[in-house]
Design a protein around this ligand. Structure first.
Ligand SMILES: Nc1ncnc2c1ncn2[C@@H]1O[C@H](COP(=O)(O)OP(=O)(O)O)[C@@H](O)[C@H]1O
Ligand SMILES: [Mg+2]
Length: 355
């Protein structure tokens, strides 16, 4: 009898000690949560709020016995997206949530913990409003940059055409008129020795006319509006081939899908930049431009380059040339892919633009 009572007393003492230790542990845990900069709450499996730290209380107010969906979302029902069961089953869940009440965006880490009462959900609220805001601003800047890059192409194109037209209408016409007058002068009676000079002047004028004509050709793209776009690209390849003495083959695998004038100008300039790069950097023996319905590839068998080095140096696309090709293409809803490695040539594909 005596021994039975002693055993009972020992059991009670042990239970009290464990309870005390648990309470001490919980108090310690709570003091850590209380001091955190992030919001923290503990929820029961029944959506009761067992604890919130001062950060959350400051932002969302006192709990007053409300369930979590009432307290955080002002709802009467369990939130549709709630993963209560998954979390309690041991699967941590992360998501981003914008609170209409605080007008802040939180990154939430929802996980299960063992408390004195069994399993609870521990929810951490990390305020990412500023990060999200900066991300949004950056995205807007990027969008503006893209449309600026595209607009730049159009404006540059217009300017080049207008300079070409100016040269043609003024210098070109004056030179042509001078040549006609000189021809007439040569037919008249002239003092000895003047004819030779006239021939020389005519030769200089011819040179100037040839030079202005090639200037006009270089300045104005083939009229992209009416010429078949593939033909314009072929013309470009021929121009590069003649000027830089690199064999550039052109292949039309399929008729390119119909595109707007603006798109044509942008794609044309992108291909021209890629051909310029081949001339400038590749030391290639040959190059090829291939046209498909929604894809143009420009490849060479030159020295190639290390794309990862380029990314480190200039960001994800390379120097300004490749950067502007990428941005212009994004503006058209498409994208650029680069395959290149040292010694193995380069293949750049422009893909999936909108019309
Ligand atoms: N076809 C190519 N072959 C070899 N290297 C290339 C080729 N195209 C681009 N590159 C490399 O990528 C870099 C970035 O190109 P780009 O963005 O057009 O800038 P930039 O031509 O002004 O240097 C080049 O400096 C060059 O090192
Ligand atoms: Mg370049």
């Amino acid at each position: 009898m005596e021994a039975g009572i002693t055993k009972q007393t020992r059991k009670i003492t042990k239970r009290r000690r464990i309870k005390k230790e648990l309470a001490a542990g919980w108090n310690k845990f709570k003091s850590i949560l209380n001091a955190m900069d992030d919001g923290v709450c503990l929820l029961s499996g029944n959506y009761d709020i067992e604890y919130i730290n001062p950060v959350l209380e400051r932002e969302f107010g006192p709990v007053n016995g409300r369930k979590c969906y009432e307290y955080f979302n002002g709802g009467r029902e369990i939130c549709q997206w709630c993963r209560n069961n998954d979390v309690l089953a041991g699967e941590p869940v992360y998501w981003k949530w914008h609170s209409a009440k605080t007008d802040k965006t939180y990154s939430i880490h929802d996980t299960s913990v063992v408390t004195g009462k069994g399993f609870s959900r521990l929810k951490l609220f990390h305020d990412v409003t500023d990060q999200e805001y900066i991300k949004k601003i950056l995205k807007n800047y990027q969008k503006e940059l893209r449309s600026l890059a595209a607009e730049l192409s159009i404006v540059e194109e217009r300017e080049r055409r207008s300079v070409a037209a100016d040269i043609h209408d003024n210098i070109g016409q004056s030179l042509a008129a001078a040549k006609i007058k000189l021809g007439l002068l040569k037919q008249s009676q002239l003092p000895l020795g003047v004819t030779g000079n006239i021939d020389q002047i005519a030769m200089f004028i011819d040179e100037a006319i040839n030079y202005t004509q090639s200037l006009i050709t270089n300045l104005s793209l083939p009229t992209l509006n009416d010429v078949d776009f593939s033909e314009a690209l072929e013309w470009l390849c021929n121009q590069f081939q003649e000027r830089h003495r690199i064999p550039i083959s052109f292949e039309k695998q399929m008729e390119i899908a119909p595109i707007k004038d603006e798109t044509r100008v942008i794609l044309f300039k992108c291909v021209r930049e890629l051909l310029n790069n081949i001339v400038k950097h590749s030391n290639a023996g040959k190059a090829r431009v291939t046209v498909g319905k929604y894809e143009i590839t420009v490849e060479d068998d030159g020295v190639g380059f290390d794309i990862t080095q380029l990314k480190k140096k200039f960001g994800s696309a390379g120097g300004f040339g490749l950067f502007s090709v990428r941005e212009r293409l994004h503006h058209l809803g498409g994208h650029m892919t680069i395959k290149s490695s040292r010694g193995n040539g380069t293949l750049i594909a422009l893909k999936a633009w909108r019309q």
